[in-house]
Design a protein around this ligand. Sequence first.
Ligand SMILES: Cc1cc2nc3c(=O)[nH]c(=O)nc-3n(C[C@H](O)[C@H](O)[C@H](O)COP(=O)(O)OP(=O)(O)OC[C@H]3O[C@@H](n4cnc5c(N)ncnc54)[C@H](O)[C@@H]3O)c2cc1C
Length: 416
Amino acid sequence: MDFSGWRVLREGLRGHTGWAPLWRAATPKKHYDVLIVGGGGHGLATAYYLAKYHGLTNIAVLEKNWVGGGNVGRNTTIIRSNYLLDGNQPFYELSLRLWEGIEQELNFNAMVSQRGVLNLFHSDAQRDAFRRRGNAMRMHGTDAEWLNAKAVRQMAPFLNYDNARFPIHGGLLQRRGGTVRHDAVAWGYARAASALGVDIIERCEVQGFDVTNGQVQAVETSRGRIEADRIGVAVAGYSSEVMRHANVRLPIESHVLQAFVTEGLKPLIPGVITYGAGHFYISQSDKGGLVFGGDLDGYNSYASRGNLPVVEDVCEGGMSIMPMLGRARLLRSWGGVVDMSMDGSPIIDRTQVGGLYFNGGWCYGGFKATPASGWVFAHLLARESSHPTASAYRFDRFAAGAMIDEKGQGSTPNLH
Ligand SMILES: Cc1cc2nc3c(=O)[nH]c(=O)nc-3n(C[C@H](O)[C@H](O)[C@H](O)COP(=O)(O)OP(=O)(O)OC[C@H]3O[C@@H](n4cnc5c(N)ncnc54)[C@H](O)[C@@H]3O)c2cc1C
């Protein structure tokens, strides 16, 4: 079923009786060429690109809950490619370029909105760091603009300029950054992959791996044993839990990250704004709610909900930069389990088990990476070699000390 303006009109006139489910509810087959564990954004994108560009269609995605129920549907929807380091910059720029064509690619409205991402700075040292980042972005061909305090004031007059503990000196703006409707990304990839013959199998939890002579043979699931030639794991916050079944230990910790949404307000915030002196980021959804977040809860957990001290901390950050936020009523908050790697950068690599591949360590920031992650993971699974754009995301960087420490904070997963 193709989507178009005509189709919407036609369905509107006949009581919306002609819409079909977006993807087939598949039952597991005995054997697949490729199995993807995890029906989040990354797993679904991988399956789609494998089927579309690598000629493999005997593929299944195994999801223990429902498509869109993980972090892909829990994040604060920010996309950007304002990275500094060589290992990261080209990868996130590839992702942003894929976002720019995603709706045509998938024939699905993912509400990609390039409304701009503005990072505020509040000190001379931070200004220098942002200049360096902006220059690095430009050298990679990515857009970056420098705003002084006056230009920031014009763009966002509602911020706290005159009575702030950390006055705003300016900002680094990436106009091509913005937001994407998060769960629509999962639905769009699931629909497009299913149309290419991929089996999307929900309520199917992987509980073990059959590994014989160092080679993976099959997975044991809540819906029985499923054999596969190659298996790619993309389960985000559950990475360590799933990979321990194959005796693979990861340089990853699981932490809770919360997000918040206020009641709907008239259009107010032009794009995404981040607070440089604290940890706070905010945008406004198309329904009018202010969507924001801040720090991790700060302890290891598999609970998809957070605690009150961080609610208070995030709201304090918001109030200090945007005092009128205190007048808005908070409607909803939730948590997601994020896979924090030791250097804050992802891992997309083969493992020591033959036929078993891993994609994880996305920390706070894997939503923006969804298309590129699927693109390069599909390449790895199909060709058994790393995609050049993701060649730095290997396990051996931790042994070699070649960390991709974008924040410069060292091996401190709770701070990345
Ligand atoms: C509150 C919050 C805000 C965020 N904000 C942003 C943001 O603004 N921008 C950004 O770029 N990133 C953001 N992120 C990070 C981003 O959401 C994640 O990095 C990314 O979604 C992870 O990839 P995924 O979509 O594949 O994960 P998920 O959607 O979590 O997919 C993993 C799937 O694996 C499934 N699974 C787990 N175990 C098993 C098993 N045993 N068997 C089968 N399936 C299993 C899970 O049920 C889940 O559906 C945020 C995250 C959170 C929690």
